[in-house]
Design a protein around this ligand. Structure first.
Ligand SMILES: [Zn+2]
Length: 342
């Protein structure tokens, strides 16, 4: 494990210097960037070793990046030093990180995290069924275990599911063992209870670590983030949430919504934060019919993540998220988002 061994002095370095360190490390190779992003420097030659005192070496390396100490620093060594590193020959193939999808079809994918939850999931399912739309549900293993019938209903109605960990721990702050437990326990709950072998993962709060990326790859997971979310300050109203989302829809968009409250389930239910989260979810779920109508009125079709991926024509990154592009299929919004709500 590396994070425990990061010398204190390194953390105290001002952000601009740290950025310089990251940029230099990244120039060595793409995977080396993952090493630096994981915050792991313990095995990079020169850090805390050699003729300099540990503190001097930290400063030297931090201020100069790797440029003065690249002797014998192979990409292999960098990879081996990373929390994200794969032991030789154990990992194969591409495990993707997906924000949105380049497509010529008028497809968008609605996704719901944290459920299934009896307070919100049935309303979402009813709204989807009303217009014949499909969605993808990234479920918490704990919720699948506690609401089995509801979880089965999601599948029975033709929606797809993915893993959203066992109990919604933020993986950026967990040690590798806990990270593995969160991912594997979520996977097993879905497998044992629903008979579905998930290969899609969404990290709680969109947060990952190097260890999380490695463990996800070991389990054949693609990781789905999103290109559109509620992003309305405070609780908001269903109209505000629906308007915000519909204005940003374009072909290939992945919309992130919620049908439960994540870690809030495990806090005292009269806690102010929990009450606020629940109020938000009430608003979000009430916005679903208007989001569906707004998208469909603009000629878009709500499909599962699998259907969206099947329609992919190229790297989504080639399609600008906010700028007008004449080559894009015409969705309702290629406008630059209003800064007042962005
Ligand atoms: Zn979540």
């Amino acid at each position: 494990m590396c994070s425990e061994d990061i010398p204190r002095g390194l953390v105290a370095v001002p952000e601009p210097t740290r950025r310089r360190f990251l940029a230099t490390a990244g120039a060595v190779g793409g995977i080396a960037t993952a090493t630096a992003l994981a915050g792991c420097t313990e095995d990079v030659p020169g850090v805390g070793t050699g003729h300099l005192s540990p503190d001097e070496a930290i400063i030297e390396n931090t201020y100069t990046g790797l440029s003065k100490r690249s002797d014998g620093l192979s990409l292999r060594k960098l990879i081996e030093s990373s929390d994200a590193a794969a032991p030789d020959n154990q990992l194969r193939g591409a495990h993707r990180m997906i924000w949105d999808v380049g497509t010529e079809q008028p497809y968008v994918a609605l996704s719901f995290d944290d459920g299934p939850d009896p307070r919100w999931t049935p309303q979402v399912l009813d709204a989807l069924a009303e217009v014949g739309a499909q969605a993808t549900f990234f479920m918490m293993g704990w919720n699948v275990d506690h609401h089995r019938e509801l979880a089965h209903r999601v599948i029975d109605e033709g929606h797809e599911i993915g893993n959203h960990t066992w109990s919604h721990q933020d993986l950026a702050f967990q040690d590798p063992e806990t990270t593995r437990d969160q991912i594997v326990d979520g996977k097993r709950a879905i497998q044992d209870i629903l008979g579905v072998d998930t290969t899609w993962f969404r990290p709680p709060r969109g947060e990952l670590s190097g260890a999380a990326m490695r463990i996800l790859a070991e389990h054949d997971y693609d990781t789905f983030l999103w290109s559109v979310s509620r992003n309305v300050p405070g609780v908001g109203t269903p109209e505000l949430v629906a308007d915000h989302i519909v204005e940003r829809l374009r072909p290939g968009a992945i919309i992130d919504m919620h049908d439960s409250i994540g870690r809030g389930l495990f806090l005292p239910q009269d806690d102010r934060i929990v009450r606020s989260l629940k109020a938000k979810r009430d608003v979000d779920v009430a916005a679903v019919p208007a989001i569906l109508k707004g998208g469909m009125d603009a000629g878009l079709q709500f499909v599962t993540m699998g259907q969206l991926l099947d329609s992919a024509t190229g790297p989504a990154a080639l399609t600008p998220a906010t700028l007008e592009d004449v080559n894009l299929p015409q969705g309702p919004t290629t406008d630059v988002p209003r800064t007042s709500v962005g």
